[in-house]
Ligand binder design. Structure first.
Ligand code: ACO
Length: 330
């Protein structure tokens, strides 16, 4: 492909619902302890959306913040990609609802399904449209209300997830800046390790499906863990190689926030000290597709990225899927 423009981040935003649920709160629901959760995952608390608040509502708030920082009006967006596994409904797409909410009348829109790798997949997709010259400004949002798919009788999963949304506007940046390299992939054989059986047309959410808890997240934590420690560092390395860089060039790694031990093992593989790794899992738990953009916005607003810094995003998730992205911050 002839690259007509370089694609980089022009603005970021995020939103998490007000309600905080601590490990102590979960101790009252299932046989668990604050000590176990913190030691095994790094999570202290998470946020849950109240009834009546939907994924599109959180997307809308995060999107407005990102547009504001980018200094763009909604009409200047050519595309909106919402990366989520918890859409408001199947049709219309959540991206259509966000388009209406923010008044982005010139944007083509769609939802993208890649679970926790979703935002990285979306960012790579946005980059292609900008590099080809087809789009100038693309809004990518990762957002989830996972609390509505959590089984609060299953301690193996209900302590791990939270709700939230993060957004980034990708647009044209000068040559040498923005996305320099990327990697994405999937292994459909691993679908059995992490799924919500009754969340589509295969098993409809009947009373029977609900009684069997099939409308909730099912996970083989050990298998997902083994996969995650293997792919998170590897996808970052592949993206770095494609950018003509190595781990020594990384100024900040923004990993998917699923488990502090998985993050630490990716950092080790990349020979990175933890002060070059952005971590906020203790506050939000695993917000799936929202985790990387929430972290990127927090890091951005804290001044953790400076012009010329090499910033790496790395994610993995259900599917199984993975994706990595290397950017020179502008
Ligand atoms: N509280 C107390 N004990 C618990 C809890 C809990 N919340 N959950 C599990 N245990 C118990 C288990 O029952 C087990 O007990 P047993 O030995 O008597 O059977 C014991 O703790 C150890 O369980 P393990 O599964 O070995 O614990 P592990 O250290 O592997 O941690 C965890 C489990 C946190 C789930 C880990 O495997 C993990 O993080 N896996 C990856 C999960 C992940 O990243 N998922 C998200 C993917 S992204 C997406 O697309 C949504």
């Amino acid at each position: 492909m002839i690259v007509k423009a370089n694609a980089g981040v022009l603005g970021t935003g995020h939103y998490v619902p007000e309600r905080v649920v601590t490990n102590a709160d979960l101790e009252k629901m299932v046989d668990t302890s604050d000590e176990w959760i913190q030691e095994r995952t790094g999570i202290r608390e998470r946020h849950f959306a109240p009834d009546g608040v939907n994924t599109s509502d959180m997307c809308t708030i995060a999107a407005k913040q990102a547009l504001d920082m980018a200094g763009l009006s909604p009409e200047e967006l050519d595309m909106i990609i919402v990366c989520t596994l918890t859409p408001d409904m199947t049709i219309p797409s959540t991206a259509c609802i966000v388009q209406k909410n923010i008044g982005a009348k010139n944007a083509a829109v769609f939802d993208l399904y890649a679970a926790c790798s979703g935002f990285a997949y979306g960012a790579i997709t946005a980059t292609q449209y900008i590099q080809s010259g087809m789009c100038k400004n693309v809004l990518v949002i990762g957002a989830e209300i996972l609390s509505r798919y959590m089984d609060f009788t299953d301690r193996n999963t209900c302590v791990l997830f939270g709700d939230g949304a993060g957004a980034a506007v990708f647009g044209q940046v000068p040559e040498g800046y923005g996305v320099l390299g990327a990697d994405m992939g999937a292994d459909g054989n691993g679908g059995k390790y992490l799924n919500i059986p009754s969340s589509g047309v295969a098993i409809l959410p009947t009373d029977e499906a609900r009684a069997k808890h099939l409308t909730y997240i099912k996970m083989d934590g050990k298998e997902v863990y083994k996969f995650a420690v293997k792919v998170m560092g590897r996808t970052a390395e592949k993206a770095l190689t494609r950018a003509g860089l190595s781990h020594e060039d990384i100024d900040l790694l923004i990993p998917h926030q699923a488990n502090i031990r998985i993050i630490q093992s990716a950092a080790k593989r990349l020979h990175l000290p933890m002060d070059k790794v952005f971590v906020n899992i203790h506050k939000y738990a695993n917000t799936s597709g929202a985790s990387i953009p929430i972290a990127m916005d927090e890091a951005n607003r804290q001044g953790r990225m400076k012009r010329d810094d090499i910033v790496v995003l790395a994610g993995f998730g259900a599917g199984l899927t993975w994706a990595g992205l290397v950017m020179k911050w502008y």
